[in-house]
Unconditional design. Structure first.
Length: 463
């Protein structure tokens, strides 16, 4: 009898608890969806009310506030996307540590826009947004200037110092650095949103200044210790002789250094031409041996395509092994697909929630990824953006596209001189690689993949 009573009591408890468990799951999902569309930032009053109602076991109120927070957040995203992006860039540039007062004024102005939306007054929000745009822009420019121009100016000052005199010994590199600094200043003021271009311009200008510094140091050393010139020239000649030996080439010691270098270049060019001629001759021989048998054309084409893919994979595997030494596997993952595409998965590129602004700390990660792109210089590049399943489909699709475009813009600036073909695509939540029901899985699904597309076979099948 006691067992029956206990079972009955347990069953009653579960029946009473079931509705609570159901609404708890539903409201937890609504809160997660609100967080996905940045409700803590874009509708803080309604979001806080939803959390409080949830904590107090008030299901109707929790659901109402959570849904309103989502509505408000989507309204902000639809009406003021440029303002939100400007605010994100301002925060990413650490404006509070550069000009705290200005950054706080910008945050306050943005909060007034948010408050107007929560009050249901769109006209007021639009009026408040004008001041918010101005202040976030000013704070963004000040922070970007500090972050991107100061390191260049410092490198130029070192190169120009009385000790190094890089401006005298390396005038071209010094002029590039100085011109780069001016260009950065102009672009920061005109378009602080061009973060990818600005970061790359800053890096290139610093490299030019450092080169001027190094050349200046070498020039001073040679002036103070003239014998270094002979040692440097002998080392350079030995390098040329080593290269010539690999080409079975005998250099004329009476020739100038430049003439010897030209002789080596010509030998390399002849070797390339000879190899190409040998390949064409081999292809012609295959044609003659096979003959004109159209019945085998399709089979030969398929075989060639398979052989080509296998070669691509072998080459890619070797390069991936080489690159693996550069990357921390917890930050970047490289792998090969069955189609011989190479995927660079940016595991440590964590965008702020709901934002498409590349965090400052991720630029070094993108620079490492650029080394991989450099190594696969015959491949087109496709940047793919992915999200988790929280939030609505349209929001996730748009967010994934914007994130992919942001990374593409950085790579466009990085490879501006090499004319690499770079595309971007957003897939929203459509291509998960982990379970979206768990936070760990959702974190894995929020990602950027840089795909190095396998080139198609250039030569047609042998006929």
């Amino acid at each position: 009898m006691n067992i029956r009573i206990s079972t009955f009591i347990f069953t009653c408890i579960m029946l009473l608890a079931a509705p609570h468990m159901i609404w708890a799951q539903e409201n937890t999902g609504l809160l997660s969806e609100a967080e996905a569309v940045r409700a803590p930032d874009l509708s803080p009053v309604e979001y806080s009310a939803a959390k409080q109602a949830f904590a107090q076991n008030l299901p109707v109120e929790a659901e109402s506030h959570a849904k309103q927070a989502i509505t408000n957040s989507l309204m902000m995203n639809n009406q003021f996307p440029a303002l939100i992006e400007s605010l994100d860039r301002m925060r990413s540039a650490d404006a509070k540590n550069v000009r705290k007062e200005l950054a706080e004024r910008a945050e306050t102005a943005f909060a007034k826009v948010v408050a107007a939306i929560e009050e249901g007054d769109l006209n007021k929000a639009k009026k408040e947004s004008e001041m918010a745009k101005l202040l976030t822009y000013q704070a963004e420019v000040v922070a970007a200037r500090e972050q991107l121009t100061r390191p260049v100016a410092r490198a130029i000052a070192i190169a120009k110092s009385r000790k190094e005199k890089g401006n005298l010994y390396a005038p071209v590199s010094f002029a590039k650095a100085s011109a780069g600094l001016q260009s950065i200043e102009q672009l920061v003021k005109a378009n602080p949103a061009a973060r990818g271009q600005l970061v790359n311009m800053s890096k290139q200008s610093i490299l030019s200044a450092q080169k001027a510094d190094n050349v200046g140091s070498l020039g001073l050393s040679m002036k103070q210790q003239p014998y270094i010139i002979e040692e440097w020239l002998d080392a350079s000649n030995n390098d040329l002789a080593s290269i010539a030996a690999l080409l079975n080439l005998k250099l004329d010691a009476t020739q100038s250094h430049q003439d010897q270098a030209n002789q080596i270049k010509e030998a390399i060019k002849q070797a390339q031409t000879s190899s190409q001629n040998d390949l064409l001759a081999a292809q012609q021989k295959i044609k003659e041996l096979i003959g004109d048998n159209s019945g085998y054309d399709q089979a030969r084409a398929q075989l060639q395509q398979t052989q080509y893919k296998l070669k691509l994979k072998r080459d890619a595997e070797g390069k991936i092994s080489q690159l693996a030494k550069l990357f921390n596997p917890n930050q970047v993952e490289l792998f090969l697909t069955t189609d011989a595409d190479v995927i660079i998965r940016m595991k440590a590129m964590n965008f702020p929630s709901g934002s498409a602004i590349v965090p400052s700390e991720s630029y070094d990660l993108l620079e490492l990824a650029s080394k991989a792109i450099d190594l696969f210089n015959d491949r087109e590049v496709r940047v793919e953006g992915h999200t988790d399943s929280l939030g609505n489909d349209e929001y996730n699709q748009t967010l994934s596209e914007h994130r992919a475009i942001t990374v593409k813009e950085f790579l466009d600036a990085r490879f501006a001189e090499s004319n690499r073909v770079i595309a971007s695509l957003g897939f929203g939540e459509d291509r998960p690689i982990a379970n979206n029901e768990k936070e760990e899985g959702r974190k894995m699904n929020r990602r950027i993949d840089i795909v190095l597309v396998a080139p198609t076979m250039n030569n047609p099948p042998v006929e």
